[in-house]
Design a protein around this ligand. Structure first.
Ligand code: PLP
Length: 284
């Protein structure tokens, strides 16, 4: 596989990053994941806009221009022959030469790494037809989940606990309300109304969330942006999650309680179809 590191395209086993890199020592970095369908980037503009927002929130400049980001993404898709899959990008505050809590001088070069993952047929995975089982787990992450940092240990632990409990994923709960999934935004549907937590520092502002809510409103579906409890979720007619790499995925069980008839709901199925259709058309 060819990867990109600080301006160079290299075979993955020749790519190097310093052990003093603040991304490695302090999780001082941000990332984005952009899906590729039919060799084209899905919602690339959305992901670049959020990258910029994350970098700004951490006082980091954007190391590349929009045209340069697009070029690196396209080159990697091309060099690795990706039809369906994703491009991962990460920017860290770089290598200050020593470990120090104080940020290095502003002219310290940032570390920029991109790589691809091939996932043939990712838009048509069987789980989209069977749905996910989730369990609710305490949300003890830090307070700025709107910044897409590489600090992913707790989501990873929560996912492991979900698997140990026989589920596919976890929905995280803070002060009695669902925040989001370990790596996706969470929704319930009740009496035809789509309910998902409102935007704040408590959740990642999903790029897929923004697109899906836009399509839902355009289709005259009712949308309510507010938090909901695990009890309300377990009594919902249906539920689903959204993320750039899984699009819209139905949830059929929460904490062992089947939703509705225990099968993927119609709203989730329709939104998945609309999302994939529209985003393929707009792909770059
Ligand atoms: N919430 C969290 C915690 C995530 O990690 C992600 C994606 O990685 C999302 C939500 C969904 O965001 P997006 O739709 O931009 O992929």
């Amino acid at each position: 596989r060819t990867v990109y590191v600080n301006g160079e395209y290299l075979p993955e086993d020749e790519a190097k990053v310093s052990i003093f890199d603040r991304g490695f020592l302090m999780a001082d970095g941000v990332y984005e994941v952009t899906s590729v369908l039919d060799g084209k980037l899905i919602d690339f503009g959305g992901h670049l806009a959020r990258l910029n927002r994350s970098l700004t929130a951490l006082g980091m400049p954007d190391p590349l221009s929009e045209a340069e980001w697009l070029d690196v993404h396209r080159q990697l898709v091309d060099k690795n022959g990706i039809t369906d899959g994703m491009v991962y990008l990460q920017v860290t505050r770089g290598n200050p030469g020593d470990r120090d809590f104080v940020y290095p001088p502003a002219d310290t070069p940032q570390t920029v790494v991109l790589f691809t993952q091939s996932k043939p047929g990712m838009a048509d995975i069987p789980q989209a037809r069977t749905g996910l089982k989730v369990v609710t787990i305490d949300d003890i992450r830090w307070g700025r989940r709107d910044i897409k940092t590489v600090q992913l240990l707790y989501p990873s632990m929560a996912k492991m606990e979900a698997k140990a409990r026989g589920a596919d994923d976890a929905w995280l709960v803070q002060d009695g309300k669902v925040t989001e999934g370990t790596s996706n935004n969470a929704y319930i549907v009740k009496d035809g109304k789509i309910i998902t937590r409102d935007l704040s520092h408590d959740i990642l502002h999903g790029i897929t969330r923004a697109a899906v809510l836009r399509f839902a409103r355009e289709a005259q579906m009712q949308v309510e942006e507010r938090s909901f409890t695990p009890d309300e979720a377990r009594e919902a007619d249906e539920a689903f999650v959204t993320s750039a790499s899984t699009f819209v995925m139905p949830v059929v069980e929460i904490d062992g309680v089947p939703l509705g008839d225990g099968r993927p709901g119609r709203v989730a199925a329709r939104l998945r179809e609309v999302y994939l259709d529209e985003m393929r058309k707009a792909a770059v």
